[in-house]
Design a protein around this ligand. Sequence first.
Ligand code: G6P
Length: 442
Amino acid sequence: MSKLKVVTIGGGSSYTPELVEGFIKRYQEFPISELWLVDIEEGKHKLEIVGAMAKRMVQAAGIDCEVHLTLDRKAALKDADFVTTQLRVGLLDARILDERIPLSHGLIGQETNGAGGIFKALRTIPVILEIVEEMKELCPAAWLINFTNPAGMVTEAVLRYGKWDKVVGLCNIPVNAVVEEAEILQEKPEDLFFQFAGINHLHWHTVVDKFGHDRTDELIQKMYGEGNSQSIVANIKDNELILEQVENLHMVPCPYHNYYYYTDKMLAEELVDFKNHGTRAEKVKEIEAELFELYKDSNLDYKPQQLAERGGARYSDAACETISSIYNDKRTVMTVSTKNNGTISDLPADSAVEVTCMLTGNGPVPYTFGSFKPQERGLLQLMKAMEELTIEAAVTGDYGTLLQAFTMNPLITSGDVAKTVMEELLIVHKKYLPNFFEKVPV
Ligand code: G6P
């Protein structure tokens, strides 16, 4: 049988068991023969623990797959068929600062769409672009499946600055929505067609059943009608959008809309949590410590239930499905970040959009969406412009471009504070921001 090699960068992540479970589940259709888990020196301890657990899982499943653990990224990338990225530059400690510093100035931190997300992009994009350069040399036929956040901006950086089209960006929000909203409609997910359109963590969707009936308005009533409130991710509290507002959209917004529609309320809640228990990142650090204690148990050879406490649950399974669908030209319908190319006419053709696609042997083929109504278009274009500036700043290290992104972001509500927060974040993350190094005010 020919070799089938998958490389996972950030292999020491606590999410790795879900990835391994996803490969085991699909072994008949995707007979993976080598899984290389790659990490850096600082992540070595975690890599060893979760790597040993991955080996036990593979052994218990009785599949013929070698699991390699390495700190040598280039050796791993050689002749890879698929590369997945789930790395976190600066580890969770960097995320803690991304969330703490804005909150201590009365701003939402948020690791994907707030000030924290901007800095996560600044730290991550240069590393991802380095990986893309290595892939060009060592595995030019491979696909890059990215689920490092901010997934949309990372995907766009790879497309636009890495000049690498074989990339798919993943998020678990649409995956979770399909499963949970099918249940709300008392239907099976495979009997429904969900059409998502927008960008990562800012998208809307409609749903049609197998008889061609549009069920979106019914879903909206069931989700947002009196007494109902839904949350489809562990890291965002109940979704309590105003019914009339959503009715008017005739589309279901994603949970991250709460940040835009109710910035004050979200901030107030985060400040209370911050004061009483610290930031989400600190909570995640506790969950992680607990998970790694479990992973150390040499009898544990399956994914523990506690992993569901992380907001990213079902991410890795989506990655495995994406890989298998590309490998087998399986044509799974899934929502991923990919090049716009006219799918959403309100956004630039070369930007990354998160849309429902058919995953073919040639990669994602989006279902055409068209244009949004002003209700959605305004916010969407604003956030996309903010993303473009952030990506440009990550690549150029330009202070003015970054300041524009900061002042434009609707979650960063004050100009003066924006500059202060931005400069504090630049200083604390200095060692991960080589492109800015000389421009940091000291
Ligand atoms: C959601 C988002 C992910 C994000 C996660 C954070 O599920 O879709 O992009 O990574 O939440 O979860 P965490 O447990 O790290 O706060």
